[in-house]
Design a protein around this ligand. Structure first.
Ligand SMILES: *Cc1c(COP(=O)(O)O)cnc(C)c1O
Length: 444
């Protein structure tokens, strides 16, 4: 075998610190605002729902934040994750491009989400929290938090977007196996959920509604804190182990990525891979292109507005400066449940505004076409969410062929699709439809 395909790091190379992009921003991030006063929120307002140690992390401007040893010990169950070169995909595309992917699907929950779930459970445990409440879309976040809570002896209650609860019963069972309580949202467990159900008994739910329910649950139950799987600064921070490892692994491969690609729902797996590369763009003047890929059906970066908006539907969260489709937006029921969020992480939004990253949107059928091509060449069945990144990587590789110019592409395969096979069933049987005009849109 002449070609090296798999690049792995020893356990000792699990990063010792998370990388905090806030330390290096050329322009400060607009602060979250109190919805009534429109003044910046104070840390003590956030401690109503988050433990103090995580609130400190949310606003910290320290560049490197040490990863606690108990968190690294749990990371060692699956980290460092492998980096692979997609040589068979390259061959199928007849491209001169080299395509690499960082594979986060090897975690117990099958995605990148345990990187922050484990950290959040640790800090909550340290702060004396007994129970964590959260929402989940496709179920990846809920299952990741259920797993992490179990390892740190915390109770876990999950409000799961109803359409996913129905389409993805296996993730619900995964959460229950790890000992969590799961409610389909909108639920009858909260005042807000009951109100939504009165207005629309068939409401498919949305992440915004589920967040509102989880927050209401948090403030009404003593000993309970709230936990978010994306969007916030500390969540993006925890994911940066991905990009730090990838930097070392690309060095092992002896290559420098020209373009780094990841899908974006709330922005955390993108942040995880991209921020360490943004760090080098800012401090070493590297020219790496960094591309965020979203669904056309829920395209906050390419079709949304950059403004202050609520993180949830019921207007309970602080106002965040972000690209948003509006907090009342209920996205179509696309299979990439993890990408059905109306807004975008303020840090990712800020990078877009500063032109440090690009964004592109893809319709669902093109995403599944790329997913099936990937499965048939590389073997791994990808989750619908990272299949957006695959579609963009495939198009980059085709452009390389058409222009006759080689390039190195790196994307984040942030989860496997073994619990998403019903979506594959729809695609393979020709029943999948695009909810919009079906054209991919590009905007940089
Ligand atoms: C949750 C999830 C996403 C979307 O969330 P981000 O915070 O944008 O990463 C994407 N892919 C997978 C596999 C997920 O579980």
């Amino acid at each position: 075998m002449s070609q090296r395909i798999r690049f792995t790091l020893p356990q000792a190379e699990i990063p010792a610190a998370w990388y905090n992009l806030l330390a290096d921003l050329p322009e400060p991030l607009p602060p979250p605002l109190h919805p009534a006063t429109r003044q910046p929120v104070t840390p003590d307002m956030l401690t109503a729902i988050f433990p103090e140690n995580l609130v400190q992390q949310e606003i910290s401007s320290e560049r490197w934040i040490e990863i606690p040893e108990p968190v690294r010990e749990i990371y060692a169950l699956w980290r460092p994750t492998p980096l692979l070169r997609a040589v068979r995909l390259e061959k199928a595309l007849q491209t001169p491009a080299h395509i690499y992917y960082k594979y986060e699907g090897v975690s117990p929950a099958g995605s990148h989400k345990p990187n922050t779930a484990v950290a959040q459970a640790f800090y909550n445990r340290q702060a004396g929290t007994r129970r964590l409440a959260t929402e989940t879309g496709a179920g990846q976040w809920g299952s990741s938090l259920a797993f992490a809570c179990r390892l740190f002896g915390l109770e876990c209650v999950v409000y799961m977007v109803k359409v996913s609860f129905q389409q993805k019963p296996y993730r619900k069972l995964l959460m229950q196996t790890w000992g969590a309580t799961v409610h389909a949202s909108p639920s009858d467990q909260t005042e807000y959920g009951r109100r939504v159900l009165r207005e629309d008994p068939n409401c498919p739910g949305s992440l915004g509604i589920a967040i509102s329910e989880a927050i209401e649950d948090t403030v009404k139950h003593p000993g309970t804190k709230y936990s978010l799987g994306s969007v916030l600064n500390h969540v993006c921070l925890h994911q940066t182990v991905i990009g730090q490892e990838a930097l070392k692994q690309m060095e092992m491969a002896g290559e420098e990525p020209d373009v780094v690609i990841a899908c974006v729902g709330g922005g955390s797996n993108f942040a995880g891979l991209a921020f360490p590369f943004v760090h080098r763009k800012l401090t070493e003047k590297k020219q790496t292109r960094i591309v965020a890929v979203e669904p056309t059906a829920c395209a906050s970066l390419t079709k949304g507005e950059l403004r202050y908006d609520f993180g949830d539907t019921a207007e309970m969260t602080p106002l965040l400066m972000m690209y948003t489709l509006g907090h009342k937006f209920i996205p179509p029921k696309i299979h990439a449940g993890g990408l059905r969020y109306h807004g975008m992480a303020p840090l990712v939004s800020h990078l877009k505004k500063l032109n440090l990253i690009e964004a592109v949107a893809y319709p669902q059928t093109r995403v599944f076409e790329a997913a099936v091509l990937f499965a048939r060449t590389e073997g791994i069945v990808p989750a619908p969410e990272p299949s957006h990144a695959i579609a963009a990587a495939v198009d980059e590789a085709i452009r390389a062929r058409e222009e006759g110019k080689p390039r190195v592409i790196l994307f984040n395969l942030c989860g496997h699709g073994l619990l998403d096979l019903s979506a594959y069933d729809q695609y393979l049987s020709g029943q999948m439809k695009d909810t919009d005009n079906g054209n991919s849109q590009t905007e940089s």
